[in-house]
Write a protein that binds this ligand. Structure first.
Ligand SMILES: Cc1ncc(COP(=O)(O)O)c(C=O)c1O
Length: 287
């Protein structure tokens, strides 16, 4: 049984309780993170904690811990959950807290609710383009809000988009804005490859500042053997791309070989994916 952390206490996950007046429950008024640990080692822990601090500041929720304090808490939680798996995802959720009534404005004097738990995640995929899991996506217009850079617990827009892919037998939905430009996936960032160059949409309010995205960009630039660009990417470019990838803390770099029922590139996992995934895998624990 997973051991959870709730407001200063460790307890079995099934026994964790919050009030229905918690603003996370009523309004989705909170910030969350999902941090991967493989064999006890985290990937991107500091960037995840910094993004969480930025999100809390953006919506004016008090950050009840220092970055060092968070690190200790999460490392401790992972150690307490070693029996549920070698590889764990750590979910951290901070809502604005429980008020005495349902009322929209930020209440005074309410302590944030802090909830964390661990769940088992899969082993990393092999760095082998003949063996890696291939993804199939559908594309759809991005109808979420204008603050997608905030990792809010209010995920209904993302959930509805994910369902569009899921209900049609695809693994994810690739989203594009009113100008036919790619934003991201419903739970991941997006990259294409054209003529050997890796390209990903720029970081703005239309996309989450993905930690996996950041580690890919930084590790590829540090390695120096591949070309990578951050710029606007149109759906026409996606449809003519040699490769398409989606990235997230749980998927790492997932190659997409089918989009809207049609093959991406030659329909096989690309060589650049394999090179990029090798670079990312060799350095991911350094971030
Ligand atoms: C909408 C969205 N974009 C991108 C990502 C990827 O972010 P990260 O690499 O930090 O997991 C996620 C992950 O949950 C997400 O929900």
């Amino acid at each position: 049984m997973s051991i959870a952390y709730l407001n200063g206490e460790y307890l079995p996950l099934a026994e964790a309780r919050i009030s229905p007046l918690d603003r996370g429950f009523l309004f989705g008024d909170g910030i969350y993170e999902v941090i991967p640990y493989y064999g006890g080692k985290s990937v991107g822990l500091m960037p995840h904690l910094n993004r969480m601090a930025d999100g809390l500041a953006a919506i004016e929720i008090k950050n009840s811990n220092t970055i060092e304090g968070w690190k200790e808490l999460l490392d401790d939680l992972v150690a307490r959950n070693s029996d549920i798996g070698e590889n764990l995802g750590v979910y951290v959720h901070i809502s604005r807290g429980t008020d005495v009534k349902r009322y929209h404005p930020y209440p005074e004097g309410v302590e944030p609710t802090v909830f964390c738990f661990c769940f088992a995640i899969k082993d990393p995929e092999p760095v082998d383009r003949t063996k890696v899991t291939q993804y199939s996506l559908v594309s759809t217009e991005d109808l979420r809000w204008q603050r997608c850079h905030i990792k809010s617990t209010a995920l209904l827009g993302n959930v509805m988009h994910f369902q569009e892919g899921y209900s049609t037998g695809s693994d994810e939905a690739l989203l594009y804005n009113a100008n036919n430009e790619v934003t991201e996936g419903s739970s991941c960032n997006a990259f294409i490859v054209k003529d050997g160059v890796i390209i990903t949409p720029i970081q703005d309010n239309q996309i989450l500042p993905g930690i996996t995205r950041r580690i890919i960009i930084d590790s590829i630039k540090a390695d120096g053997s591949l070309k990578i660009e951050e710029r606007t990417v149109t759906m026409d470019e996606v449809r003519n791309a040699d490769e398409l990838w989606i990235t997230s803390s749980s998927k790492e770099i997932a190659p997409v070989t089918k989009l809207d029922g049609k093959p991406v590139g030659n329909g096989e996992v690309g060589e650049i994916w394999e090179k990029a995934f090798a670079i990312y895998s060799a350095s991911k624990f350094d971030y």
